[in-house]
Design a protein around this ligand. Structure first.
Ligand SMILES: [Fe+2]
Ligand SMILES: [Fe+2]
Length: 218
């Protein structure tokens, strides 16, 4: 069927076809419950992107592809990471599952031809974040933890309220939420989530300070 027959622009049709291809691939590599999570992340990424005036199509694509490698074996994750030249530090060596974010970006590029560096970075940053990551990465990072299927605890509900209002504060406090959760599980914590938390805490506090200074001057 041609694009004109569907009354949508060719680039739109490409996106529809791409999503169909990704969903077909996911149906083979990922359980149905995870696909539902992925679709909720796609939707929330799009919503947050619209609040912050960033590219919604990129946010949707990054959300749709963020967990492509979620069910790859630890051996595959390590092997692909090594062949891609990714650094395997001591935490990743013990817990290769954390590499699924970086490896999902590799799959997005190799399997689906995604070349956009912002989309690839947003996929790679969805679990641990990254100090100074851009707004697209921030919205996918938030959507992964805050999508409605994650539960309805007061902490999560507070973070969902905050996410469309203050992006940097939301990334800081969502990192805190994840770190507290991992402490409760007596789990290994990768230092990058701490670096993400520190960077966005400083950024949010600086913005708040500047906002207050402006109010005083006015
Ligand atoms: Fe993930
Ligand atoms: Fe996820």
């Amino acid at each position: 069927m041609k694009a004109e027959e569907l009354s949508i622009k060719p680039e739109k049709l490409d996106l529809v076809q791409l999503k169909e291809r990704v969903l077909k691939w996911l149906s083979v590599h990922v359980p149905t419950s995870r696909i539902r999570h992925i679709l909720r992340v796609e939707k929330m990424s799009e919503e947050l992107a619209s609040y912050y005036g960033i590219n919604q199509e990129k946010a949707k694509l990054a959300g749709l592809m963020h967990d492509l490698a979620k069910y790859f074996s630890p051996e595959s994750l390590l092997q692909i990471s090594k062949s891609e030249g990714l650094e395997i530090d001591s935490v990743l060596a013990v817990y290769p599952h954390l590499l699924h974010a970086d490896v999902s970006a590799v799959v997005a590029k190799k399997e689906f031809g995604i070349e956009d560096e912002e989309i690839l970075a947003a996929i790679a940053n969805h679990t641990l974040g990254c100090p100074g990551m851009n707004q697209l990465s921030c919205v996918v990072f938030l959507a992964d933890t805050l999508e409605p299927g994650r539960g309805k605890t007061p902490d999560l509900e507070d973070l969902r309220q905050l996410a469309p209002k203050n992006l940097y504060q939301a990334v800081w406090l969502t990192s805190d939420y994840t770190i507290k959760h991992l402490l409760g599980l007596h789990s290994l914590i990768h230092p990058r989530i701490l670096l993400t938390r520190n960077w966005f805490m400083e950024k949010a506090k600086k913005e708040l300070h500047e906002h207050k200074s402006k109010q005083t001057i006015n």
